[in-house]
Design a protein around this ligand. Structure first.
Ligand code: NAP
Length: 251
């Protein structure tokens, strides 16, 4: 894909699932990757695997709900590689399943802090670094839960709808200055998060039955879309919430 070779790229939540797959795809295309995660072991193993494949990556321990951590993450990219070109703001948590009236207040706060405020923190710290560098491209992870509702997931659904609003607003604010901002809305993807969420094998079977393509998505299928959105091949795409869901929301 055009424009990714040598691009300095931050990936949050790079220690597992979708973030790990995207970090690999960026590195395969020649990007220099700053892999950020709260999970040190997972993040370091992503960086090691990229290095084994001949790519370049640096791990930085980051809790995206803490603005100081996010500032340090962006500083690491600039100090290590000389600037910032791309970012995939992907770290997220599923939270607890309860109807809205029974949701623990602390679960609401934690899910919003990580999934929505975390993306805001990233945008706030990354955009100035990209403007200093002549522009850039950002992809934020929303979800099909950013497009439609899901029972018992009110904080998660609210956070993912919010990510699309943040994406559209920052796209309108900064696209004229060379920073494109898009969101990715995955359907049900086979990651540790989904394996955790499925209390029984039935949960996965129900997700497959609700997906017209008839299977779970695989993390590299999201990674491919993210790298494309960050590439010059997507030079006129901004403010878009791209659904990659095997047809889940087309019904
Ligand atoms: P995953 O396998 O659980 O990976 C998420 C990674 O983010 C983990 O390494 C996790 O560390 C890390 N993380 C959690 N909180 C963090 C924080 N505060 N700061 C930095 N890193 C943090 O999940 P995934 O399925 O790849 O999900 C990635 C993103 O895609 C999430 O935003 C999720 O909501 C979204 N998504 C997933 C699906 C799906 O079907 N899998 C569908 C739609 C959207 P710990 O493991 O230590 O918590």
């Amino acid at each position: 894909m055009n424009g990714i070779t040598d691009a300095v790229t931050i990936v949050t939540g790079a220690g597992s699932g979708i973030g790990r797959a995207a970090a690999h795809r960026f590195a395969e295309e020649g990007a220099r990757v700053v892999a950020a995660d709260v999970d040190v072991e997972g993040g370091e193993s992503t960086v090691d695997a990229i290095a084994e494949d001949g790519g370049e990556a640096t791990f930085v321990e980051t809790d995206v709900s803490e603005y100081d951590d996010v500032e340090a993450m962006v500083e690491t990219a600039v100090d290590t590689y000389g600037g910032l070109d791309c970012a995939f703001n992907n770290a997220g948590i599923e939270g607890e399943d309860e109807p809205a009236s029974e949701q623990p207040l602390e679960n609401w706060d934690r899910v919003i802090d990580v999934n929505l405020k975390g993306v805001f923190h990233c945008l706030k710290a990354e955009i100035p670094a990209m403007l200093d560098n002549g522009g850039g491209a950002i992809v934020n992870t929303s979800s099909v839960a950013g497009v439609v509702g899901f029972p018992e997931l009110s904080p998660y659904v609210a956070s993912k709808h919010g990510v699309i609003g943040l994406t559209k607003t920052t796209a309108v604010e900064y696209s004229g200055e060379g920073v494109r901002v898009n969101a990715i809305c995955p359907g049900v993807i086979d990651t540790p998060m989904v394996q955790r969420s499925a209390d029984t094998g039935d949960g996965i079977d129900m997700a497959i039955a609700a997906t017209p393509i008839g299977r779970l998505g695989q993390p590299p299928e999201i990674g491919d879309a993210v790298v494309w959105l960050c590439s010059e091949d997507a030079s006129f795409v901004t403010g878009e919430a791209m659904v990659v869901d095997g047809g889940y929301t087309s019904q």
